[in-house]
Design a protein around this ligand. Structure first.
Ligand code: 5GP
Ligand code: MN
Length: 321
């Protein structure tokens, strides 16, 4: 793990910049979108010309202020600062890595476990439940005004990455920060309705399909399911429709470890979750991915059948221990 840069240097580098670009990870989620939204709004308020270069933001997150988000990835060719948010690997930036590399100073703000890290300055804390917690720390340190839009964005990231304070990554700081943000007047009900009571019918159909074919093994402690590209096509489904299948699998009584595999153009996307101390991180790292001990993923460049067999075998072995 690289040594973290102090908050003073991070905040000065960010707020003294004339131009800044922010990069959430591919298939952006509530945390990466929230963190980029909050940081971009705070930087813009201080006169920094700032844009967020993001993939398509899923519809359920459209309530977050995305005025700095742009599809035109040629806005600023050589920005003073580039920030990778909620990710610390080139792979998670995909084709945007060259744009990230063009920054005069590269910063990484993240909460994933990773040995190497990338960029020039780091603010990485695997104990943080969300990248939004880290962005909030930076903004507080910098004395930035926490507007309602910024509070809504940060609150969303903390709520989504803690699974509404259910996951074991939840720490007292998560509640403390959520409380402080709540007290600034976040739109709590609007956020919750957008996040949890607006499920796309396609998403429900995808979850039904994957749950219907779940395979339980290792005395019910392992659960695994999948979607082929054919299934995705016939349901007109995209990754944002399948991102919670893994949670449905983990939620099954008795299941300690779950895996969901999806056939995509660039390989087999594997999502894994664990309910106990068994590490899914090690399994995903062995297969070229990363994440957290209880929530990890990887993309395997083989057939669905092969990936399924490898992951199931690794799960069996881990669950036997
Ligand atoms: P998900 O299963 O929701 O895609 O990801 C679970 C966790 O693992 C997230 O924290 C995510 O950032 C991380 N993760 C997923 N896929 C990859 C990957 O290919 N590489 C790395 N390093 N992390 C991943
Ligand atoms: Mn996150």
């Amino acid at each position: 793990m690289k040594t973290n840069t102090d908050l003073k240097t991070i905040s000065e580098t960010l707020f003294n910049a004339k131009t800044a670009l922010l990069f959430p990870h591919k298939n952006p989620d509530g945390d990466s979108v929230g963190a980029c939204s909050a940081l971009s709004l705070a930087l813009r308020a201080e006169g920094v010309e700032c844009y967020v270069y993001a993939d398509e933001v899923p519809k359920y997150l459209h309530f977050i202020n995305r005025e700095a988000f742009t599809k035109n990835w040629n806005k600023i060719p050589n920005p003073d600062v580039c920030v990778a948010v909620d990710c610390n690997e080139y792979e998670r930036l995909q084709e945007r890595s060259v744009l990230f590399d063009a920054g005069k100073t590269k910063i990484c703000i993240d909460h994933h476990e990773h040995d190497t890290g990338f960029g020039d300055l780091y603010y990485i804390d695997p104990k943080a439940a969300a990248a939004c917690e880290l962005v909030y720390e930076v903004l507080k340190y910098a004395g930035a005004k926490i507007t309602r839009d910024i509070a809504n964005a940060l609150y969303t990231g903390i709520v989504t990455d803690t699974g509404s304070f259910r996951y074991s990554n939840t720490r007292s700081e998560s509640y403390q920060m959520a409380k402080e943000l709540f007290d600034t007047g976040v739109d709590h009900t609007k956020i919750m309705v957008n996040l949890y009571n607006n499920k796309d019918l396609k998403k429900v159909r995808c979850e039904n399909k994957a749950i219907a074919r779940v395979i339980l093994f290792a005395e019910g402690k392992g659960a695994i399911s999948y979607m082929t590209s054919g299934d995705m096509g016939s349901l007109d489904a995209h990754p944002q429709h399948t991102d919670e299948i893994i949670d449905r699998l983990r939620d099954i009584d008795g299941v300690e470890m779950a895996a969901y595999l999806e056939e995509r153009e660039d390989g087999i996307k594997v999502s894994m979750r664990s309910k106990t101390d068994s590490s899914v991180l090690e399994i995903c790292q062995r297969n070229g991915g990363g994440g957290h001990v209880k929530s990890a993923g990887c993309t395997m460049h083989t057939t669905l059948e092969n990936a399924f067999a490898i992951i199931k075998e690794e799960m069996e072995e881990t669950l036997r221990k």
